[in-house]
Structure formats: structure tokens, C-alpha cells
Design a protein. Structure first.
Length: 121
């Protein structure tokens, strides 16, 4: 018999839903992508995302409250880093699945890799 992946505990389901909700914002995924390379200051993240500081700070706060990133002070700067590296495994699974789905859709339209480009038929 296969082990159930989603536990029957309502509190666990609520906590999982909150985490998915936090990850449902593209800008937060971009922040995690930037933090994948290591700790960064807010100004480094603003530059990497080409976004404004209040917007980046708001998303960093949401990721922090969800327990996905942590922060520490270094002089006058706040350094952000990933505190739960499992988030990258989750992103790898979901992004990989999205890419597989897109490839299958393209193949179904006869546009798989190596096939004719649009307008070249």
C-alpha cells in the first residue's frame, strides 16, 4: 500500500497551504532564485531583480514569516539567506514538472525540439 503524501491532520494541511500561498508569487520565486547563489543584502536583491526596495522588502518579509529565509545584521546591512533549503527541492520538482508539461504540449502541436519553428512548415 502506498504511503499517503498529504497527512490527514488539518493543522498540517493549513500550514502547507500557507507555504504554497507564499510561493505562489513570482517575485518571491525570483528572490529565492537570487538567494540560491548565497546570502545577499536588500540592495543586492533590488539590483538583481531590477525592482524597487519597498516591493523587495515586502516579499522578503513574507518569505521570512513563512520560515523560508532568515536574516542577520552585518554592520548597517541586513543579509538575507535561505533558511530552509528544502524549498529548492520543491521548486525543482514544480519547475521540472512545468517544463515537462510544456514540452509535452509543444510535442502535441508538432513543435518539439528539433521540429520546425513556427512559420517554417
Amino acid at each position: 500500500m502506498r504511503k499517503k503524501i498529504i497527512p490527514p491532520n488539518p493543522k498540517i494541511i493549513e500550514a502547507a497551504a500557507r507555504r504554497f500561498k507564499v510561493l505562489g508569487e513570482p517575485q518571491r520565486l525570483r528572490l529565492l532564485q537570487a538567494l540560491e547563489g548565497g546570502p545577499r543584502t536588500v540592495s543586492q536583491l533590488v539590483a538583481a531583480l531590477q525592482a524597487n526596495q519597498p516591493n523587495v522588502s515586502r516579499h522578503l518579509q513574507a518569505l521570512h514569516e513563512a520560515g523560508l529565509i532568515a536574516r542577520r545584521r552585518s554592520g548597517n546591512s541586513i543579509i538575507y539567506f535561505v533558511s530552509d533549503p528544502f524549498v529548492f527541492k520543491l521548486c525543482e520538482l514544480v519547475c521540472g514538472n512545468v517544463m515537462d508539461f510544456a514540452r509535452a504540449e509543444l510535442a502535441a502541436m508538432g513543435m518539439a525540439e528539433g521540429g520546425p519553428a513556427p512559420g517554417e512548415e
